[in-house]
Design a binder for this molecule. Structure first.
Ligand SMILES: Cc1cc2nc3c(=O)[nH]c(=O)nc-3n(C[C@H](O)[C@H](O)[C@H](O)COP(=O)(O)OP(=O)(O)OC[C@H]3O[C@@H](n4cnc5c(N)ncnc54)[C@H](O)[C@@H]3O)c2cc1C
Length: 417
């Protein structure tokens, strides 16, 4: 008998977990990803701020699945899905499937202002992180070189849009490099000249957390020298800088951490999506028209029993990946499937060295204790993921001692005014 064909699109948290959970299943798996690596996004901001190298937080998908004989990995971008005929299209190839697991994650969204992207990159991929890193490092170089110029200020100004976990992490990390680490290496520019502005449309940062923790994070980030603008919106972004309301902040360094949108290919599924392009799925993570097509992780809109959407975090994607794999492995028909339920182990957000918040059920903590917990969890996850103990030990040392990170600038054409 022919084996069932399972296509997994995306080798991120959801897709990779699904593939691994199907290890002993009697199926043929084809995992397709447009990159060749699985990326540990939670530490991407550390690559963007030169504390880690790309190789520390990414691993080839092929290497992760090398011992899994029932799984073939190909690198390619899926551009369309024909739901009715069960075909996945790449530009020059097509593949049929019995089961589809769509785990394509999300990109940043500029809420209809896509032209802002070239001035205000977001942080989702290794490429994004490297270009942000390049921009930040070049900016300091320009400030030192053109110190006499009136433009110095714009090289030392950083605007981060969005006060969620990524925006807060970026603002905290830039404040640390600008005001502590990096400036020891420069002679002309001074720490107090660096301006880091964090813009948030709501009345508090880190809104998924309890208000008491948001308040603590707010006090911490302000103490670190970040100019936090709450209830503020970026109205426009141009090559001159960012307009916060009517005020123009002159800068070359704008980082976008304000919104997400699922890939356009979710539309080709021809099923219900929300405004962020996420596919509305049933309680078994399948689309309503076909019980053998599943969408998981950041690309899915899964409404829980309380009417709330599942958060876009790695554990949701992983647990959905494992859950869907179990359905496929056992061939469970639609009417006999238990609904997916998320086991929330808690959340943590870091603000800087020895500064973090955490919330696990009713337990809340902040400061050094939360930061130690955050570090241990991330280091454990990364070691498990990368098995590079030496790198991690070095990283902890450099991180805690504010020593050098990976501050190389690769482009030699970037130092222009
Ligand atoms: C900067 C940042 C920090 C984060 N921090 C945390 C954190 O601290 N804790 C936490 O729990 N979560 C965090 N998250 C969120 C978490 O990373 C996501 O929720 C998680 O990655 C979602 O998993 P996924 O499998 O849905 O998508 P992803 O892990 O994003 O994987 C999607 C995969 O699909 C591939 N792909 C996309 N489109 C196509 C296509 N058309 N064809 C082929 N392949 C395609 C991509 O290359 C990628 O490999 C963070 C995210 C970011 C960006």
């Amino acid at each position: 008998m022919n084996k069932k064909k399972v296509i997994i699109v995306g080798g991120g948290f959801g897709g990779l977990r699904a593939a691994k959970s199907l290890k002993n299943a009697d199926v043929e798996i084809l995992l397709i990803d447009k990159t060749n690596h699985h990326l540990f996004q939670p530490l991407l901001y550390q690559v963007a701020t030169a504390a880690l190298s790309p190789g520390d937080i990414a691993v080839p998908i092929r290497a992760e699945l090398k011992d899994q004989q029932n799984c073939t990995v190909i690198m390619g971008e899926v551009i369309k899905i024909d739901r009715e005929n069960k075909i996945v299209y790449l530009t020059d190839q097509q593949f049929e499937f019995d089961y589809l697991i769509l785990a394509i994650g999300a990109r940043h969204s500029y809420f209809g202002n896509d032209e802002w992207e070239k001035f205000a990159p977001g942080l989702k991929t290794i490429g994004d992180a490297l270009s942000i890193r390049e921009k930040i490092l070049l900016s300091f170089e320009k400030a030192e070189r053109y110190y006499e110029s009136s433009e110095r200020e714009k090289y030392l100004t950083f605007v981060i849009v969005g006060g969620g976990p990524t925006g807060v992490e970026m603002a905290g990390a830039i404040a640390e490099i600008a005001k502590k680490t990096l400036l020891k290496d420069f002679r002309r520019i001074h720490p107090e000249e660096a301006k880091i502005i964090l813009v948030e449309g709501q009345e508090r940062i880190l809104t998924p957390y309890d208000k008491s923790l948001s308040d603590k994070a707010e006090a911490t980030i302000r103490r670190m020298g970040v100019d936090l603008r709450l209830n503020s919106f970026v109205k426009n972004i141009t090559e001159d800088g960012a307009y916060i309301g009517d005020e123009l902040i002159k800068t070359e360094n704008i980082i976008w951490a304000a919104g997400n949108h699922a890939s356009k290919i979710t539309k080709t599924l021809n099923t219900e999506t929300d405004r962020a392009g996420r596919v509305k799925v049933k309680s078994d993570c399948s689309v309503k028209e076909d019980p053998d097509i599943f969408v998981i992780g950041d690309a899915a809109l899964f409404i829980d029993d309380n009417g709330n959407p599942m958060p876009g975090v790695a554990p949701v994607a992983e647990q959905q990946g494992r859950y869907v794999a179990n359905i496929i492995k056992k061939g469970i028909p639609a009417e006999q499937r238990n609904k997916f339920s998320y086991f929330d182990k808690g959340s943590m957000a870091t603000i800087g060295r020895a500064k973090a918040i955490m919330q696990v059920g009713n337990f809340k903590a902040s400061g050094l204790f939360a930061w130690l917990a955050w570090s241990l969890v991330h280091i454990a996850l990364l070691i498990n993921f990368r098995k590079r103990y030496k790198v991690m030990i070095e990283w902890i040392y450099y991180y805690l001692s504010f020593r050098n990170g990976i501050r190389l600038i690769w482009k030699n054409d970037g130092l222009r005014k």
